[in-house]
Every structure is written in structure tokens, then in C-alpha cells.
Design a protein around this ligand. Sequence first.
Ligand code: HAM
Length: 425
Amino acid sequence: MAKPSYSTPLGMVDILPDQTPSWRALEQIIHEEAAKFNFQEIRTPILEPTKLIKRGIGQLTDIVTKEIFAFQKGDTNYTLRPELTAPVVRSFVQHHLDQRGGVQKLYYIGPMFRAERPQKGRQRQFHQFGLEVIGSADSVADIETIAFMMRIYQRIGIKNFTLKLNSIGDLESRERYKQVLRDDLEPHRSKLSELSQQRLEKNPMRILDSKEPEDQEYIAKAPKIQDYLNEDSTIHFEKVKHGLQVLDIPFEVDTYLVRGMDYYTRTAFELSSPDLGSQDALAGGGRYDLLVEEIGGKPTPAVGFAAGMERLLIACEELNISLSEKSVLDIYIVSLGEEARNWALSFLPELRSHGLSASMDYTGRSMKAQMKEANREHTRFTIIAGENELNNRAFILRDMNKSVEVNLSAKEIISTVLAHKSRPK
Ligand code: HAM
């Protein structure tokens, strides 16, 4: 086949009709579980002013320095949203959502954009579902956030994963630890990778995340954040761990887990799957107690997570989990001749008003071609309507599974198909 002249932008994909049922089934699961947790959905624009993204995620993060799709329009520079924590916090502050009272438990589903090098499980437009719990510093919020995340994978049947957990401390603990880390690594500066050397001053904790071989020896010997947490952060971390144990959610403490955005404080976590290959992070999140204030709101603690939907669907494929059943068309009307076609067209709305799915030939093809289409559409029943049937007001209803035909009036057809549908499977 000749290469088409136009195709999707690099790292972006079309979700085709054969794939949309799985997406819808996944979205349905997320909505249902969110309702059970009493979370409410929030939808924000695809674009945000670049200054919000920079402020929210951090000027020096990989996302902001390398991965944002940004453009100028008039006086404003916009960015296609690379994640939703900063936009949801912006919305919380802008609309004074705190005035609704209580803790805001907001979830979302939607596309995000990051100009990364595309590979399996890494796209430039990808989808996340996620949750932001704004207004609670209590470990219950962290535990429920993680429990919701785990519940989605549990319900789908993805069981093979690791939950890594860390506390990167509050501001005070972190500033202290950063200095200790800098002092520890500074003597080895010249031996560190170029990237880690750049991070040493402003963002030394990101060095712990480095995959560069030359850094590993120094990372292994470096002081651990756990030894520098103040009492508040330590107690909070203990409570989160205890809560997860009570809920039977297995986790591993990973002192090197620092995450890629600057807004995190205290709890940080990541869920990874061995079924995913090199892009193995299914989901990640943590606490961000300073972000609301950073974006102009009152000091308000918060915690959340986001999960990659493409990665979840890749894991389903690897594990042979199918999220949706093949959809079945209840009725296909095969019609022969102009009059029968007109009758078919007018009978469709009646069938649909009874909750049945119904379709007919759109192109005036032969009976054989129409029957072929009925088969291709996995139709449960076919109505055959020609001149004779129309004159007698008795149509042929064919049960496609049993290959049995009966002559029925339009009314009888509806009651027969409805009775069939309501029978337990
Ligand atoms: P994140 O770790 O950057 O966190 O992204 C969360 C998840 O999105 C990842 O674990 C991964 O599954 C998926 N993901 C990220 N980038 C890509 C990509 N290029 N292609 C496919 N999937 C991708 C956040 O976004 C934070 N906002 C999470 C959060 C919410 N923290 C607190 N609240």
C-alpha cells in the first residue's frame, strides 16, 4: 500500500474503532470506582498558560526544560498540559473550591502532552486518569489515594506490580537533606555524570533518580533521606505505611524514589509493572503540601496520583485481559426495493425507542450483500422485508445464531426480540 500523504504527528496515535470499546470500558470502571469513593470529576482546558506549568511543575524539571509543547498566541504563551496536578490546583484556587466545604476529592480522565522520544508505552499525546485530594494533611488522604489507584488495577485483574513508597520530607527536612547530600557528593563532582553535575546545586535529590552507570556508586553510598526526616514527617510516613499494611496493600520502601516534579513533599509513590518493558511506571503520585500556596491560594495540603492509560491497556494486552465484550447488534434489517427500504428506515426509530440497537443497509445493495453485512456486524436477529412481506405486514425474523426463521408482524418482532434480550444469559 502507498504511504498516505498525511499521518498523525510523531508520538501521537489514533484510537481506532476496534480499540475504543476497551477505552470506554476502562473509563467506565474509573467512573464507577470514583463514585464508590465519593470522588467528583473535574475537567479543565487542554491548554494552560505556560507560566502556570513552569511554576507548578518546576523550571528545572525535565518536563519543563525539554518536553512541553508551548506556543505564543497574542500576549500569552500557552502549553499543552503535560499533567493535571498544577491545572487542578489552579482551578481549585481560581474557583475558591475550598468554599464548597470539606476536602476536595477530584478525579480526572484525559489527554496529556509531553514531547518525549516516542517508544512503546511512551507517547507525545497520552492519557491519564488521576485523583487530587486537596485540603487534608492527614495520612488517611494518602492511604485512600493509594487505595483508589490499587483498586482500579485490582478490578481489572492486573496483579503483577510493585508499589514503591518513600517520604521525601517536608520543606524543612528536605532542605536539610539537600545540603547533606550536596556536601556528600561535592567531593566526587568530577566523577558524576554531566546531568548529575548540573543538578548538584539546584536539585541534588534528582541525582538519586539517575540511571547513569557512573553515578551509581555514589548514590549507593549517599546519606538516606529517612535519616533526615523531622519528627512530623517521620510520624506521617509511619502512619501511611501502617495504613497500607492494614489494607493489605504490599509496598516496598525505596529511599531513592524522588519523582520528576518539584512540587512533592513527604509521601511519594510509584507503581511499576514487569509486564511493560522499559517504560514500566503504571502510575505515580504523592503529597504536594506547598503547591496550592505556590499558585496563589491559602496554604492547603494535598495529595494525588496519576496513571498512564495506554500503559494500563498494554499490560492488559500482555496479560490477555479483555476489558470489553464484542458488541452485538440486536437487529439488522435487510430490505429489498424502494418501499421496503422506506419501511425499514421508519421502523428503525421504533426499534431503538425500545432500547434495541438496530441498523440497515445504507447503500442499496443486493440481499446477499446485506446478509453478509448482517453477519459481519455480529447481528443477533435479521429482519427480511421485501414487497411480499410489506403487503402482508408479516416480516421474516431470522435468529442468526440458530438459523431459524419465523413470520411476524412488526409488533411481534419487537416483543420477541425484547423477550430474548431479557432472558438470563
Ligand atoms: P507522572 O509520573 O509524570 O506523574 O505521570 C503519571 C503516569 O503517566 C506515569 O506513571 C505513566 O504511566 C504515565 N505517563 C507519563 N508520561 C507518559 C508518556 N509520555 N507516555 C505514556 N504514559 C505516560 C504525574 O503526571 C503527576 N501529575 C501525578 C500526580 C498527581 N502527583 C500528584 N498528583
